[in-house]
Design a protein around this ligand. Sequence first.
Ligand code: NAD
Length: 451
Amino acid sequence: ASSEQLAREMVAALAPVESPAETVDRLRTTFRTGRTKSLDWRTDQLRRLRALLTEHGDELADALHADLGKSRKEAYRTEIDFTVREIDHTLEHLADWLRPEPAPVPARLGGAKAHTVQDPLGVVLVIAPWNYPLQLLLAPVVGALAAGNAVVAKPSELAPATSAAVARLLPRCLDEDAVAVVEGAVPETTALLAERFDHVFYTGNGAVGRIVMAAAAKHLTPVTLELGGKSPVFVDRDTDLKAVAGRLAAGKFLNAGQTCVAPDYVLTDPGTGAALADALATAVEELYGADASTHPEYGRIVNRRHFDRLTGLLGSGRTVTGGTYDRDAKYLAPTVLADVAPDAPVMREEIFGPVLPIISVDGLDEAIAFINDRDKPLALYAFTESDTVRERLIAETSSGAVGIGLPLAHLTVSDLPFGGVGESGMGSYHGRYSLETFSHRKAVLDTPLAS
Ligand code: NAD
């Protein structure tokens, strides 16, 4: 099989590069044969993708380490195994999710029967960012395949090793006439977006989200936009600050803070803030030791541009812990800033790095007003023992999700939709929500002639 493989790869290497229009045409031809619609094809593709992840896991983990300094443990936990779990959940429930759903028919249509079916859309495009470059590309692909579509996957050029690994492995392991990988940066993505897709699923920043949506509008193609923003954390008084700090630091400094749902900033009253700052300094040391630069689990900033942007934010407050960096190594220590003004530079953009500012507010009312004065976040976190605080935060603010007591974890629950609202995006995915996203729910009314 390996010499056959080699021969195929040599032929592919010599073949002229396919244009975006040719790729989409080729995939559309496959879709029109109807083969991607059968449950057998869908489950077979998902099993193959699962095998790719388990058989080539170390190769993918090496690529993730090269791109982001991710440790092997973190690469498996947050990217490879995460996607495997998403596949397993989908394989377990897919037949169930695809069952036609009956709908009640009004009496005046006596004798008629109504139901809905989930129709595959056709050829869909998935565009991924660099921060979880494998998971954020493949988890949507899982949904697209489960829904019976052909897929073009566009990895991020800012994670080049992962992009190359995916481009090498995916077409080889899956139905190569139904799944294509197109690598590249702005020109390649712009060329792809000029084609007519049946859905575009984009994860990344809001500025590019607008470009994607405008390009899709030309074809009246629906979009899912998984964007970012500043996800706040409310810390109530009288909570166990050692536990809060441990969970907050673990969520914030994972992947060196480069997580779309990372806690961006903390809102708390001044007294709690002072005690929390100390507790966070201790928690960081417990997680990464006295010098995180030597700890194998601590990641690096993706590139110099982001590194320079982040070090520019360090003057926004009093450094409680961290603040040190090494530009050549793209290392920035886990940093907590106290006494940060609401309009300081660090509060004017999504941080997307290992800097955690603490902002003082005078209780829950002010925290809610602070959140509602700003863009709707992707996630809102709270640490509280009070049901009233929980209920008020859920009812009186708008965000993609609410996580109480544990940042990030909501996105690992496959039965919860993952997505934003307003500036943090539109649409959602994971589990059955991916199936909804990548299908059209078609209404069927069947009325007998003799009635
Ligand atoms: P990025 O720079 O890798 O860009 C994302 C994708 O957009 C890439 O594939 C890139 O090639 C493409 N792209 C860039 N410029 C383009 C253009 N002009 N036209 C067409 N395509 C273009 O990643 P990023 O945007 O820096 O990612 C970070 C952002 O993504 C943060 O705001 C973060 O919060 C957000 N994010 C959101 C989620 C989520 O699930 N909601 C997940 C991860 C990241």
